[in-house]
Design a protein around this ligand. Structure first.
Ligand SMILES: [Zn+2]
Length: 453
């Protein structure tokens, strides 16, 4: 065969690149480092091209490049197309290591089949080096997955963030009044607010007030991070209680009736209903408009409060509550929809904090002030929803810090002594790996902390 040298060189180069990819690609995919992911995808395509080129050269085609390009295009379409499919459809976008395994296994089969075909063309003279490189991927892949991120994040997600370990951690948290089995529904937030507003004013008090601190994507077991829990502890010290609660429409392990996601969670709290038989928001792939007005509007119409305000930074809320926002405008309702743009980097949270603080410092502050902070959700989606992740811990610390400052702002009000404040801290859903929406215990559990008995 006249091109033996070239075939050997192409095969070996492709196989060395394949080995490098086998070690790098899983880390890049699991951590979702987008620019590097693009580089990896390009290198995988180059490997495919080199192998096709080697094959057609071995077949002594006059112009091997043209069919090699066709082969590469087919490879990219089929194999690179399978990855997002596996990731999103089979693993629900929460187990990237699963799709990495599937994708790498498929690549491995592809590489081995190509080397076998090339070997067939070159006869017994085909060397063992490329084959060895490809086989070494079998060792490189698990090493890559297990050492992903300095804090062994992937290892943690796979080995440590299990239902058993979650339950064990929950058992170590001594602030909860109830257990996972007796978790209260998320609708309790609505009930607590309405019960407070309807209850007679205590002696010496002249006005009902409510502040809710919403921590988007904060898991119930985050409360194990005692060193960042001062806001919660402040409510408990005032005679409050903490409860484990569930979102998703039904307690674990019953089937979900709505996704464990943002729109569904908060809308459930605002209306006191679940999506299927109430507000109508059940899916998160498309942003749904709530069928019902929340307590921002209804509590005013019922004569329980004069004014309300909602401080938030996720633009999806503008869509979900667009009917209510339009209704409030048309009917001159005293509801302030205070949106702070800047979702990138969770940056909207500063705006949410400043707006909430400004409201609380007004002489006549809103009777019902609801705030949502995106720290935990943003850091969770970016790095992982998990106490042992330093970034998620930082998100919890920041949530706590804003909580402490807003609770202090309530207590610093000149009229605080004559106001009857209900203060709640709660979250819309938990999280698992880098997502939520599914039915794991970690996603379904959230919490409600109140300053009242
Ligand atoms: Zn959320």
């Amino acid at each position: 065969m006249k091109n033996e040298k070239k075939v050997r060189a192409l095969s070996l180069t492709a196989s060395v690149l394949a080995l490098a990819m086998g070690c790098v690609y899983p880390t890049v995919f699991i951590k979702w480092i987008v620019p590097l992911y693009a580089v990896c995808a390009a290198v995988l395509a180059v490997i495919a091209f080199l192998l096709f080129d080697a094959l057609f050269t071995a077949k002594e085609k006059d112009k091997p490049v043209k069919p090699a390009v066709v082969g590469t295009v087919v490879y990219v379409a089929v194999l690179m197309g399978i990855t997002p499919l596996v990731n999103n459809v089979i693993f629900g976008a929460v187990a990237p290591w699963g799709s990495v395994l599937v994708n790498t296994a498929l690549n491995l089969i592809f590489w081995l089949v190509m080397l076998r075909l090339i070997r067939k063309q070159t006869g017994e003279r085909f060397v063992w080096k490329p084959l060895l490189c490809v086989l070494l991927v079998v060792i490189g892949l698990p090493v890559s997955i297990l050492t992903t991120a300095p804090n062994m994040k992937a290892t943690g997600f796979i080995v440590l963030d299990t239902v058993e370990n979650y339950k064990e951690r929950m058992d170590t948290i001594d602030i909860y009044e109830n257990t996972l089995e007796t978790a209260v529904p998320q609708t309790q937030v609505y009930d607590m607010v309405m019960d407070h507003l309807k209850a007679p004013l205590p002696e010496g008090k002249t006005e009902k007030k409510v502040l809710v601190l919403g921590w988007d994507g904060c898991r119930a077991d985050a409360m194990a991070m005692k060193e960042h829990r001062q806001a919660v502890d402040a409510l408990l010290a005032d005679g409050g209680k903490a409860y484990i609660a569930y979102c998703g429409g039904a307690n674990y392990p019953a089937a979900l009736t709505q996704e464990t996601a943002t729109m569904e969670g908060w809308t459930t709290m605002f209306t006191g209903t679940w999506g299927v038989d109430g507000h109508g928001v059940t899916g998160f792939d498309d942003v749904r408009v709530s069928k019902m007005n929340g307590f921002f509007t209804t509590a005013i119409e019922d004569g329980l409060i004069d004014s309300s305000a909602f401080c938030f930074s996720w633009s999806g809320h503008l869509k979900t509550y667009e009917d209510e926002i339009a209704y409030d405008e048309a009917n001159n309702m005293n509801v302030a929809w205070l949106f702070s743009d800047g979702e990138e980097g969770g940056g909207g949270d500063e705006g949410t904090f400043e707006k909430a603080l400004a409201e609380l410092q007004k002489d006549d502050c809103p009777d019902l002030l609801f705030t949502i902070f995106e720290y935990c959700d943003y850091y969770g989606h970016t790095y992982g929803f998990w106490n042992d992740d330093p970034e998620y811990e930082e998100a919890f610390r920041l949530s706590n810090l804003t909580g402490v400052n807003l609770i202090d702002a309530v207590k610093a009000r000149p009229t605080y002594d004559t106001e009857d404040w209900l203060i709640l801290i709660s979250s819309d859903h938990g999280g698992y790996v880098r997502g939520h929406g599914g039915d794991t215990l970690m996603e379904r559990m959230m919490f409600i902390v109140t300053n009242k008995d």
